[in-house]
Design a protein around this ligand. Structure first.
Ligand SMILES: CC(=O)N[C@H]1[C@@H](OP(=O)(O)OP(=O)(O)OC[C@H]2O[C@@H](n3ccc(=O)[nH]c3=O)[C@H](O)[C@@H]2O)O[C@H](CO)[C@@H](O)[C@@H]1O[C@H](C)C(=O)N[C@@H](C)C(=O)N[C@@H](CCC(=O)O)C(=O)O
Ligand code: ATP
Length: 454
């Protein structure tokens, strides 16, 4: 069958192919090429601004290794459309450790996708491999951080912490979000906006019945920023993934499903080890907020009002296709619910209501949303929200405050839910303690700890 007559039919597809990848240092454009069976090439592009880039041999080799890693990880967007039995890599070979990393990322990163579609991907995702890759040499990188910014509170907390600690940083984001751009500009720091265009056929395949659902987008963004760091010659890629991201939703009969798996500690450890071991020995990948819970991040965010009129954690702002909310906070999604609740114990009520434009905790229409956050008659939503114990502790704190306790949802919590809970588990203070399970360079961690506890 020729490419002209090939039609997407998810059940007939046998093989997902990694066709080839390339990076043009004259234009800064990376091409990531995939295909199903003998179907048309699916070409995703990633554009690093600032070309042309003059790369010496050591950097060029490291860029090539990072490019392949990105090609392999970003393939998850297309693989998921048909989840065929066979994966093939046409243009290069990978070793067993790389295959194992990819199988972990695809299996766990597609956990929510599989659960929602009723698919079992265990034992089904196998990357072909042969030989053993050597340890990567250093690429001669300079001491400078590429810091991911997502438009929400977390990355702004990291950026301000790094500023306070005099770490040289470039605030970096992927895609065309005007909201992220406004936050990045508000930092007053150097910025880097990386272009990313998914292969257009993916949206057509979605219309034709492709499997669809969540993908581990933080893994893709991480691999993009690793490539960018090497192209620009910088030695750190910094994310802002908090401790709470490692905990998923407990689903009865299924177990744990983590929407934000690629924000979790398991991904960070595996990816960071791969980057420094197999891509460039002098490149570090870590999350600056790993020692913090969502509540600890929220408290830290309230210490400055610099971004109050600019930031938003509401994911409805970040669709590639379709509508975005008129206001930065839609007020009805799990992220709006959670962020309002997490900030409330640490921020004055007028300031918080001013940011959101309304008081979500005095709106009975949001009852079901808050019940899910509290894991009361529902599971934690598939979103980037804190653990149920954090939501309960925040709600309990508000129930003891005169300015909040008469609000409809706080009042209901105190009346109906709080009596069912162990008071010892409703303390906020233990949830604010910094954790030692993190991958921050040790010298920086010492200074960060002092900054956060000052
Ligand atoms: C903005 C958003 O939340 N999108 C999720 C939504 O997608 P939707 O169809 O409503 O809109 P688009 O984002 O425009 O996507 C269009 C189609 O393209 C597919 N796609 C997109 C990006 C990509 O890298 N690969 C893709 O294949 C997508 O599947 C659509 O078919 O629902 C989707 C299905 O559940 C989600 O996959 C979309 O999530 C985006 C990939 C996304 O960027 N989401 C982040 C805001 C997000 O969820 N971040 C997590 C981080 C955790 C993690 O790393 O997994 C978080 O905040 O919890
Ligand atoms: N478009 C993007 N480009 C680069 N990095 C991103 C992008 N979107 C999110 N990130 C990064 O991914 C990580 C997880 O995103 P997340 O949305 O949780 O963080 P945030 O936007 O900083 O804060 P919040 O949790 O309040 O939304 C953060 O490190 C964030 O900087």
């Amino acid at each position: 069958m020729s490419q002209d007559t090939w039609r997407f039919n998810r059940d007939a597809i046998k093989t997902f192919r990694f066709v080839r990848c390339g990076f043009d240092s004259a234009t800064g454009v990376a091409q990531l090429v995939y295909a199903f069976d003998q179907g048309p090439e699916l070409v995703e592009t990633v554009t690093v601004p600032g070309a042309p880039f003059d790369l010496d041999d050591a950097r060029l080799s490291a860029v090539e290794r990072a490019l392949r890693l990105l090609h392999l990880i970003a393939g998850v967007s297309y693989y998921k459309a048909a989840v065929p039995d066979t994966i093939s890599i046409d243009g290069y070979v990978i070793d067993e450790a790389t295959a194992a990393l990819l199988e972990t990322v695809y299996l766990n990163g597609l956990g929510e996708f599989a659960y929602r579609n009723g698919l079992d991907l265990h034992g089904r995702i196998r990357f072909p491999h042969s030989g053993e890759a050597g340890v990567a040499p250093a690429a001669g990188l300079d001491g400078h951080a590429i810091v991911a910014i997502g438009g929400g509170k977390d990355s702004l907390v990291s950026i301000e912490a790094l500023r306070a600690l005099d770490v040289q940083q470039t605030v970096s984001w992927i895609g065309g979000s005007q909201l992220i751009k406004a936050c990045a500009e508000r930092t007053g720091l150097p910025t880097l906006n990386i272009g990313r265009a998914l292969a257009p056929q993916l949206f057509e395949y979605n219309r034709q019945g492709a499997w669809n659902g969540h993908i581990p987008v933080t893994a893709v963004n991480s691999a993009i920023l690793v490539l960018a760091a090497l192209v620009l010659g910088h030695d750190q890629v910094v994310f802002s993934n908090e401790r709470s991201a490692s905990y998923g939703s407990q689903i009865e009969g299924t177990g744990e499903v983590n929407h934000q798996w690629s924000k979790g500690w398991a991904f960070e450890q595996a990816f960071a080890a791969h980057v420094s071991g197999r891509v460039a020995a002098d490149l570090r990948y870590y999350s600056l907020l790993r020692p913090l819970s969502e509540l600890a991040v929220a408290r830290q965010f309230t210490r400055s009002d610099r971004y109050d009129a600019h930031f938003s954690s509401c994911n409805r702002n970040f669709h590639i296709l379709g509508e975005r909310p008129v206001n930065r906070w839609c007020g009805v999604c799990p992220k709006c619910h959670f962020v309002f609740l997490a900030l409330a114990p640490f921020m004055s009520k007028p300031r918080l209501v001013g940011i959101f434009g309304r008081n979500l905790l005095d709106d009975p229409a949001q009852t079901a949303g808050y019940d899910a956050l509290l894991e009361y008659r529902d599971h934690k939503p598939f979103e980037c929200v804190g653990e149920a114990r954090e939501s309960r502790a925040a709600m309990a704190a508000l129930a003891g405050r005169p300015e909040w306790r008469e609000d409809a949802l706080v009042k209901r919590f105190a009346r109906e839910i709080q009596p069912l809970l162990d008071p010892a588990e409703l303390e906020i203070a233990p949830l604010l303690v910094l954790d030692d399970e993190q991958g921050i360079p040790p010298a920086l961690w010492e200074r960060l700890r002092a900054h956060l506890t000052a």
